[in-house]
Write a protein that binds this ligand. Sequence first.
Ligand code: BGC
Length: 466
Amino acid sequence: MDQIPSYVTSLPDGTDTGLYLAVDLGGTNLRVCSVDLHGDTTFSIEQLKAAIPPEIMVAKTFSELFSFIVTRLHAFLETHHAEYAHIDLVSESKSRLLLGFTFSFAFEQSALNRGSLMRWTKGFNIPDAIGQDICSVFQAEIDKRNIPVTVAALVNDTVGTLLARSYTSPGTTTTLLGAIFGTGTNGAYVERLENITKLNPSRDGIMVVNTEWGSFDNELMVLPNTPYDKAVDIESIHPGIQMFEKRISGMYLGEILRHAILSMVSSTSEISPESRLNQQFAIDSSFLSMAAAEDSPDFVVLRFQLSHHFGIDADLDTAEGVKVLALAIGKRAARLAGVAIAGVVLKSGRLEAPKKVDVESGVSRRHRGFWASLFESFRNFVGRWSGWLLRSKIEVHEDVIDIGVDGSLIEFYPGFEDTIRSTLRDIHAIGLAGERRIRIGIAKDGSGIGAALVARMAGIELERAL
Ligand code: BGC
């Protein structure tokens, strides 16, 4: 896997403040937001959301994509922050607004605000973008229109999700992993600098690493490969890559189902050549979620949807078959997602070293002095026999391993998180005890908030450098 250093070397603890812009280019939608960080783990957000037109995803030039984005950015500023819509409007007391750009693709990063695209994934393909410095092309389009905004930071959506979760996460535990299970899939986690050998680190500390796990096992040495997976890959605009993603993420699961249904019904009943079912991407992941959740009598809802969308007059057996397929495809996806999460949890070593915390004083047991440790051992010894420990004011709890997630599958596919959890339990090195320590929380639209947080980090670095 790519394991890309993000240059993010600290995690927010909820105390950051200020107004920042964020532009979030995902696989399906563009979001422009302004985020006002309140410094008490809360924030307020204004946003504009737009579907990305298919022709923009395959535009001729990278600038064309940014021209589309900057038009939306300008419209957003006019509505919500008119004083920043044009350079002439900015009063002297106000400087330029800092913007964090969430770019949900694989890019090689060399600083918080510098990175070049390695490859397109999902539905995007703009060949002239490869290798270009993303922030410079974005900034050039902003400057062309005299908008007083500086692109201060570039973040992958998983890094943004991790930071947003860390900013808002309950308690003092810092988040280990940010993961997306949406149109695409990926994860970013906190690694010790000394382990990131490609950076020749000369100091201690941490850095967030973007794994790009969607491209795990492109050689298919361990991943399952059904005839439907093969068909989905061959027909995709990026054949041969993102093989893990093609078995997990929302863009492809409907396609797997479509191919499976086509092979199933052609032998038992007719599908009209005009049926939409013959079109690529005719089934999206919301259909898959609906089919998996179907429990109406005689499958009436699913049968209506099959007839309404695809002109298929499904009998009971066919409808039941479609439900079974939707369940199998979703379950396989969630189990593979669980494996990715397990890999990061195990690699982090956090399961091996449960940090016991003295709830009363908040002091980590590892850092207690000799006499305090001796006293506690004595109390434990006495307590074991008398039950005194149970009534003791000094309680210990094991460290939580916090994970922030976002994306349409984890949000809407029935039981996706439950299946991830059962997978974690099934993995020996984690088991029931380990799974209980893993807290998974939705960081809804976290990538935008995360981008604002990195823009703030970049702003602080800029000020220091002046
Ligand atoms: C991209 C990742 C991104 C993920 C989720 C993948 O296709 O390569 O960079 O994080 O989708 O959006």
